[in-house]
Write a protein that binds this ligand. Structure first.
Ligand code: SF4
Length: 254
């Protein structure tokens, strides 16, 4: 995604949505997930810190306002404003300031929409970040596995992230939703061992909801394949049986 704020589009999980991309034209992420649909993470973390010129808060806000105005003029009822973009949005160095500006613009232009963060959860490490994220309507954190070995294989963090740091950071939030990608193929994370460990971890985190989904765009590693609707419902039924956490399955119909 190149634009700082996209055009409204229908998203399976979020309805009519606008994507906000504070990262600029290149994919910038602290993970290199096996299933990512944005391509490989080629910019290393030290380059991100030293070399990347992020768009200004003013420019992101202006693009966001233009997208919302455009949607309003077209009579499109936008439900979700997704702070995600071209990688990991919490890498944006002025995230708290940006969130303040987005909230004001949202209030003026579409107060009934929800401002939602989609994050890998690896950078929730200061009170300032926690406070900023808590101003949003929803905080969605990615957790695809339940042990550190699988975490390295699936999410390939480019920083010293661990699942336990991510869960302890996420527990500082007032609440969160967990999003979990399950996929098939020779490196599948849809194994009994992984699901059991993942459920244990998610049970400790106690999110308000779990979103289950599978691959619907070409992944970085072509050996990763989509699961079927039934596969995801099997996981959902385990959640219902073992955890008292609401869950939802999202799958694109062919
Ligand atoms: S965290 Fe998201 S953007 Fe980053 S590599 Fe994984 S799927 Fe891609």
């Amino acid at each position: 995604m190149k634009e700082l704020a996209g055009q409204p589009h229908f998203d399976l999980r979020f309805g009519q949505s606008i994507i906000i991309n504070p990262l600029g034209p290149e994919k910038l992420c602290s993970y290199d997930c096996i299933y990512c649909d944005l391509g490989p993470s080629e910019v290393r973390m030290n380059q991100i810190k030293k070399e990347i010129q992020f768009p200004s808060v003013k420019d992101v806000e202006a693009a966001f306002r233009a997208s919302l105005r455009n949607a309003n003029q077209q009579g499109i009822k936008v439900q979700s404003l997704l702070l995600s973009g071209n990688g990991e949005p919490t890498l944006y160095p002025e995230l708290p300031e940006l969130i303040d500006h987005l909230l004001i613009a949202r209030q003026e232009l579409n107060p009934s929409s929800q401002l939602i963060l989609l994050s890998n959860g690896a950078h929730i490490d200061t009170n300032k970040t926690v406070h900023a994220l808590n101003q949003l309507d929803e905080r969605i954190i990615k957790i695809d596995c339940g042990n550190e070995r699988s975490f390295k294989k699936i999410n390939s963090p480019l920083i010293r992230a661990t699942l336990s740091r991510i869960t302890s950071g996420s527990r500082k939030l007032k609440d969160c939703i967990v999003q979990s990608m399950f996929y098939g193929g020779p490196k599948s994370n849809n194994t009994k061992e992984n699901i059991d460990e993942w459920m244990e971890l998610v049970g400790i985190l106690k999110p308000k909801k779990i979103q289950l989904y599978t691959i619907d765009k070409p992944p970085v590693d072509p050996s990763c394949t989509p699961l079927t609707e039934d596969d995801l419902y099997v996981i959902e039924s385990l959640i219902k049986r073992k955890l008292s956490i609401a869950s939802e399955v999202f799958i694109k119909q062919p």
